[in-house]
Design a protein around this ligand. Structure first.
Ligand code: SF4
Length: 418
């Protein structure tokens, strides 16, 4: 495999194609990247041709998210909308034991096979793997990206809790748009992510959602969505699951993105405690212990903003989730979404969202274990829970997936009426 670096010179005029995992979050985070001089572009192409391109260049027993993301990139490059000699592609690399560590190499190989060996592949990671001279992950950039993630979490959480009850259809979407536009403009002007700006903005966002006229007498089935991170959030991966559930009259709760980031980072401590390692692992664990309290401050900001209004439900903190997870799973279980996914299911049940859709991609053994594999122990603890794992793979049809969810919703509606 060729190794084409992304150089400092390329930064000026190369377009970096990035997969869009969650539109509400990534639309903001991309502005933070642009503020730092990267010509970043989020991909929104979808359809059967994306899957076909993925199947052509990625082995079909690889995880489904890899297949979609790589298919989406190659489909976009082939469409001619971007100059193949003036573009790079970016992909996350976790560096853990999961297959996401290898997406980077899969993408390189796929590009080469598709006839684009000249395209540099940028690994997006915090572990110093496969560095590129043109990419500088500075503390400021990390802070800006985190702020985008937090705004995204708040907009997503509150819009889910208001949209089904709004009296005037479209009010919630208007608030989401108003704030997305405002925040994007802030980033363009190098504002909005400072500590005090965030407090002010988060409080105002919460107030704006609370001011939307609603009828909370209406009864809606409450559905929690958990799963592998890409399948849970990406509409292109889960066939617009969130929209489908809302069209079925449900109130959706999706655990925040920040929880996954905190889970991933805090695993540095668990790795060393459970498995030991070399000096570098010890230093990593030590650095993580220092970093975690800072990151938890972001979590507290969302919590504070949501709790300004008693009708809103705030997500559990990473510490609370860890305790919930320990009821049924060991926290040493940390491949894929690991114990976090199990803990999120318990949290959702405790908060009244016991009807749960668990998005499971093909090829994802870790999440089959911590999701489908944990349904039974969770049901023993919470018999009222109503969990349905849904498989996503290239041959699964949307109709089949929706029918399975409709069966779960039929039980949920019966429970609601009783
Ligand atoms: S969590 Fe699952 S889908 Fe994601 S990289 Fe790991 S095995 Fe693949």
């Amino acid at each position: 495999m060729s190794d084409i670096p992304f150089t400092k010179e390329m930064k000026k005029d190369y377009t970096i194609l990035l997969p869009n995992m969650s539109p509400i979050h990534f639309d903001l985070m991309i502005e933070a990247a642009r503020l730092n001089g990267y010509k970043a572009l989020l991909l929104d192409n979808s359809g059967p041709q994306v899957i076909q391109e993925g199947l052509k260049y990625v082995h079909n027993d690889m995880c489904y998210p890899a297949l979609i993301v790589i298919g989406q990139m190659i489909d976009y490059i082939k469409s001619g909308k971007v100059d193949a000699n003036k573009c790079a592609v970016g992909i996350t690399q976790t560096g853990g034991g999961c297959r996401a560590s290898n997406y980077y190499y899969l993408l390189k190989k796929a590009l080469e096979r598709a006839g684009y060996p000249q395209i540099p592949v940028i690994s997006l990671n915090l572990k110093g793997m496969n560095t590129n001279p043109g990419l500088a992950i500075t503390p400021t950039l990390i802070f800006q990206l985190l702020s985008g993630l937090i705004y995204g979490d708040l907009l997503m959480t509150l819009s889910h809790q208001v949209r089904p009850y709004e009296i005037n259809k479209g009010d919630t979407d208007a608030v989401v748009k108003k704030w997305s536009d405002y925040l994007k403009n802030c980033y363009r002007n190098n504002k909005g992510y400072f500590w005090s700006h965030m407090d002010k903005n988060l409080a105002s966002i919460s107030d704006d959602f609370a001011n939307i006229p609603v009828n909370r007498e209406e009864k809606h089935v409450k559905v929690g969505v958990v799963g592998e991170i890409y399948m849970k959030y990406a509409p292109v991966g889960n066939n617009n699951l969130e929209k489908f559930l809302e069209n079925e009259g449900c109130e959706v709760m999706m655990p925040p993105f920040l929880g996954f980031i905190l889970y991933g980072i805090s695993n540095g401590i668990r790795d060393y405690e459970f498995y030991g390692g070399f000096k570098r692992h010890m230093y990593h664990a030590f650095a993580t212990k220092i970093l975690m309290p800072v990151l938890k401050k972001f979590e507290k900001k969302i919590d504070k903003a949501i709790k300004r209004h008693e009708e809103f439900i705030a997500p559990a903190s990473i510490d609370e989730l860890e305790e919930l997870g320990k009821l049924v799973i060991n926290t040493g279980c940390k491949m894929g979404e690991g114990w976090l996914l199990t803990a999120e299911m318990i949290e959702l049940i405790k908060k009244g969202y016991g009807n749960i859709v668990c998005t499971q991609p093909f090829g994802c053994l870790p999440n089959h274990i911590v999701a489908k594999g944990m349904v039974r122990p969770i049901k023993e603890l919470y018999p009222e829970s109503n969990i349905v794992p849904i498989d996503y793979d290239p041959s699964a049809t949307k109709v089949n997936q929706e029918n399975r969810i409709k069966l779960m919703l039929a039980v949920a509606r019966e429970n609601l009426e009783n």
